[in-house]
Design a protein around this ligand. Structure first.
Ligand code: SAH
Ligand code: SF4
Length: 353
């Protein structure tokens, strides 16, 4: 087991269980997360006995291995990582004027089978361990001289289908003896596992993005099988009750698929659905990727859609398509796994979790 698989509290329990003073756990945390050591022997302010105890219980250092890197003409970087069992995941670094956002994966593949998402075509391979989530951040931050400012869980996988490991990773990333990232700089994106949204809010503070993607159950059922399990009404209820960090707003994401959910009527329905909710809406023009069966709407359509939803008093932005040329944009990550099927849409995907 990698020592980063333990939450700060679990590391504290391990240390106190061995009869060692609690402040040692804080020292260990600093060595791992701040100084980034790759062996226990480098932890020079710990006794030799303690280092041996740790060595016999845990691995330290990178839990994943860089297997490839691609740079987009817009500066976006896609990193391919190999896991110790040979599986592969991807992370994407998106530099912007004021921030450098790292989009991380939470699972290899995804069980939810949204019909517009390349990761969904792969199916779920397995959950990532906390160390495998954390190391995407630690390693890319190291490769780029500490430049990562924000983390979004919008890479491969459904983070709330791996909630225990997600929470452990978040606890470490925000721990003041660790990387000490502000919860305001971390966003978890979910396709809408309503009960888990509540659970996440009860367990940790973080920003929440909800992939709404349709204004009615009729449309959402067709593109997101999970909607049959947790329909829009239930999803919205859980979302509005989520405790976002101070001065932050709940975010909704809406992938625009030409001829499917991008009509004027859809925009009015969406405006009605969200009016009165304190939120931001991000429109994501569909990123095309083989073998997905959809088309991206024209920019004119996207702007018209935006204008209608804004007329309901909602804060609506259009997400830039960063890294499309290297298949690094939203929904284009598959780490070169072959697609298991061309379209999802069956209830089986939702039932799998
Ligand atoms: N499983 C989580 C997080 C990963 S997907 C979720 O679904 O929220 C991150 C975002 O990418 C989601 O909002 C999803 O709707 C969007 N997305 C998926 N495929 C896409 C595509 N082909 N084009 C544009 N956005 C896509
Ligand atoms: Fe999974 Fe999110 Fe892709 Fe849906 S959009 S298949 S939940 S990764």
């Amino acid at each position: 087991m990698n020592i980063k698989d333990l939450s700060p509290a679990e590391l504290g329990e391990f240390v106190s269980g061995k009869g060692i003073q609690p402040y040692r756990a804080r020292q260990i945390g600093k060595w791992i997360y701040v100084r980034g050591v790759s062996s226990f022997d480098e932890m020079t302010d710990l006794s030799k006995d303690l280092r041996e105890t740790l060595k016999s219980a845990f691995a330290v250092g990178d839990s994943i291995e860089l297997a490839g890197e691609q740079v987009s003409k817009d500066g976006t970087r896609k990193y391919l990582f190999r896991l110790s069992d040979g599986n592969r995941i991807e992370s994407v670094l998106i530099p912007d004027k004021k921030r450098n956002t790292l989009c991380v994966s939470s699972q290899a593949g995804c069980a939810l089978g949204c019909t517009f998402c390349l990761t969904g075509t792969v199916g779920k391979i397995r959950n990532l361990k906390p160390s495998e989530i954390i190391d995407q951040y630690l390693m890319v931050n190291r490769f780029t001289n500490g430049s990562v400012t924000n983390i979004v869980f919008m890479g491969m996988g459904e983070p709330l289908d791996n909630i225990d490991n997600l929470v452990r990773a978040l606890e470490n990333l925000t721990d003041r003896n660790g990387p000490a990232l502000s919860p305001r700089r971390i966003t978890v994106s979910t396709s809408g596992l309503a009960p888990r949204i509540k659970e996440l809010g009860d367990r940790i503070s973080v920003n929440l993005a909800v992939s709404l993607n349709a204004p009615t159950d009729e449309i959402r059922n067709k593109i997101m099988p999970i909607n049959k399990r947790y329909p829009i009404k239930e999803l919205l209820k859980a979302s509005v009750n989520f405790p976002v960090p101070p001065r932050k707003a709940l975010m909704f994401e809406y992938v625009m698929l030409s001829g499917v959910n991008d009509s004027d009527k859809d925009a009015y329905d969406l405006g009605n659905l969200l009016s009165g909710i304190n939120c931001k809406l991000n429109l994501i023009p569909f990123n095309e990727a083989q073998p997905l069966p959809y088309k991206s709407p024209s920019m004119e359509r996207v702007l018209r859609f935006q204008e209608i939803v804004i007329s309901f008093g909602i804060n609506v932005r259009i997400r830039k398509n960063r890294g499309r040329d290297i298949l690094g944009a939203c929904g284009q990550l598959a780490a070169t796994y072959p697609a298991r099927k061309t379209t999802g849409g069956s209830a089986a995907a939702g039932a799998a979790i």
